[in-house]
Design a binder for this molecule. Structure first.
Ligand code: UD1
Length: 418
């Protein structure tokens, strides 16, 4: 049965909630457990369908993975294959991260090319050209990708033309056991890259500079399993802040890393919210009516994250004045706009720019989520809309939010899954 969310808007939120572990750290770190030929223990892993899809791939490859609450234990000793079939690859585009991992562990990898996705074209040319530079032979045929490191992996100097998160991670994972030193310049600086490097270093890798634009990876012979706790999810934090702001609420988020929110917090402050951070807790106190934050431009980290664009846009729908959004990372990342307009918002899109003219009221309606962050935007908007909203396409939400409806219920929202 397909789940829907039913939200009765207009309630103020209050209380304290813990922010879940980061999806975008959990996925590559889970894949990276394959590099240690024994057991790894990961704490603070959110329950998400994307995490389940990654576990299904690990099990297909022959590994054992067990979950107790938010702890995942992965034992990769019994791994026996280096291919991933099409039906497992198509569940999630980010499975491309297994490319670097399989090459490092087995010297080869076979998988289907990731197909299109809901954010427009997402090519993997940067991943492939970096791997070719590292001596990997790659053939692409009939939608299949076959990679072989006949003469081992060659440590190299790789200059990325764009700081792609996935390409940076794939290069790190491929280089970690190569002979010699690999240097990535113009690397992505996202906190999730640093978390992956922290995990790998605990396992015995020698990676420095993660979180900066030059990453240096000195290859090591072997990695050993370790225990690691996943960092909090900064996008989930931004979503909860948006929900609090647009319902004129005061809430506290437990388990946040303030520096990871350095481009997000100012947007809420410009909207008139008061934010205080103390020892891993962040409190937002929101005014009766928000001001428009004027300009939100998505950029690679430490810029404003593209993943927070949709939920923050939902927050601005009722703000006083005009907010200009410029989406610089993905094409086709405004699919939530038509649905927000169904709720009474006034948003116009022209290419990569969206203009949100704040309205006094939003009104409940039947809407459909078309992607993960768009689904979160619809939840945020319906919390501050008058009347009832039905959201279908909830499966998208479950890819990245661990029981968001339960979290919001605990803050006093009238939301249920039906
Ligand atoms: C990761 C995140 C995703 C986030 C995105 C940008 C994970 C699992 N996903 O996705 O939530 O929205 O970073 O912060 O961590 N590009 C190319 N060629 C390539 C690779 C990327 O042209 O080979 C382009 C993409 O089409 C896109 C841009 O670069 O326009 C950013 O992509 P990238 O940083 O690679 O994002 P992902 O790693 O896919």
């Amino acid at each position: 049965m397909v789940a829907k969310l039913l939200i009765s808007g207009g309630r103020k939120l209050c209380g304290e909630v813990k922010v879940q572990g980061a999806k975008n750290s959990t996925l590559p770190i889970l894949a990276a457990t394959l590099l240690c030929e024994d057991e790894s223990v990961l704490f603070n892993c959110p329950k998400l369908t994307d995490v389940d899809a990654t576990i299904r791939i690990l099990r297909y490859l022959g590994c054992k993975a067990t979950r107790t609450d938010s702890t995942l234990i992965v034992d990769t000793q019994s791994m026996k294959r280096s291919d991933i079939p099409h039906d497992l690859m198509r569940e999630m585009r980010s499975s491309i991260i297994f490319l670097g991992v399989l090459i490092s562990r087995c010297g080869r990898a076979k998988m289907s090319l990731p197909g299109g996705c809901e954010l427009g074209p997402r090519p993997i040319d940067l991943h492939l050209s970096a791997l070719r530079q590292m001596g990997i032979e790659i053939t692409e045929q009939h939608g299949e990708l076959e990679c072989v490191a006949n003469d081992g992996v060659k440590a190299s100097k790789i200059a990325l033309s764009f700081p792609s998160v996935g390409a940076t991670e794939n290069i790190m994972l491929t280089a970690v056991k190569a002979k010699g030193t690999t240097i990535i310049t113009n690397a992505a600086k996202e906190p999730e890259i640093e978390d992956l490097a922290d995990f790998l270093n605990k396992c015995g890798a020698r990676i420095s500079g993660a979180g900066e634009s030059t990453i240096i990876i000195e290859g090591v012979e072997k990695l050993y399993g370790c225990s690691h706790s996943i960092i909090p999810d900064r996008i989930v934090a931004a979503t909860l802040l948006s929900a609090a702001a647009c319902t004129s609420s005061k809430i506290t988020l437990d388990s946040v890393i303030q520096s990871h929110l350095s481009s997000i917090i100012p947007v809420f402050e410009q909207a008139g919210c008061e934010i205080t951070c103390r020892s891993g807790k962040l409190t937002i106190d929101s005014p009766r009516r928000l001001y428009s934050p004027k300009l939100v431009r998505t950029m690679p980290y430490p810029g404003f994250p593209t993943d927070a664009q949709a939920p923050v846009m939902a927050m601005t729908c009722k703000a006083q004045g005009l907010t200009v959004f410029v989406e610089n990372i993905f094409e086709s990342r405004y699919k939530h706009v038509d649905e927000l307009n169904r709720l009474g918002a006034n948003i116009k899109v022209e290419g990569k720019v969206a203009l949100v003219d704040g309205v006094r009221h939003l009104f409940g309606a039947r809407v459909r989520a078309l992607d993960l962050r768009g689904a979160a935007a619809l939840v945020v908007a319906s919390l501050c809309a008058q009347g009832n909203t039905h959201i279908c396409g909830v499966n998208f939400l479950e890819r990245g939010y661990d029981e968001l409806e339960v979290v919001l219920q605990s803050l006093g929202a009238d939301i249920k899954k039906i």
